[in-house]
Design a protein. Sequence first.
Length: 210
Amino acid sequence: MKMKWEVLAAAALALLMSGCASMSGEECIAADWSAVGYEDGARGYTTDRFSTYRKACSKEGITPDFAAYQAGRDQGLVEYCQPGRGYNIGVNGGRYQGVCHVDLEPDFLDAYNAGYHLYTLRSNVSRSKSQIDAKQRELKKVREEMRDMEAALIAAETTTEDRVVLLADLKEYSERTGRLEAEIEELHVQHAYHRVELENYQAQSADFGY
């Protein structure tokens, strides 16, 4: 039981340290490099992270144990390179750094790509909805400005010269309104298409088992 808690404590220490690649002198001295490597592997980090540890610890005259780090990282990568993890990383828009071993990578990549495709489809739906909202806000603003111009057009204090300018502006704004309405209509079509794409893929992905 004591050994179990020591392992957990070492892992917790590694978790704290691996959250930030820079290490203090005390952390360099206390580091369990196998545990640090395991946590980095379980998070899918490349070995570039070790270079940062080595640079930080060299200032304290400490040389990190790369062999222990690499052995721990290899074990952590086994946890990371599972299809379920790959799918979750993909569906959240995460990036794969090419760290998995050749025997684990094919299944991991299949799952990652499936998840990332779902992320892309969801992003398409969200982006098209945002574009519609933005265009509708723009259209609302244009219409409000048109109402102000129409009010100014019939105001008693408006001069003939000003009315000529207002009429020209109203024509331009009317054309702009037409363009915005057409753009919004097209965006609604795109949005509906993206929603169908997403719904169809979600129905398929329910059978993936990730």
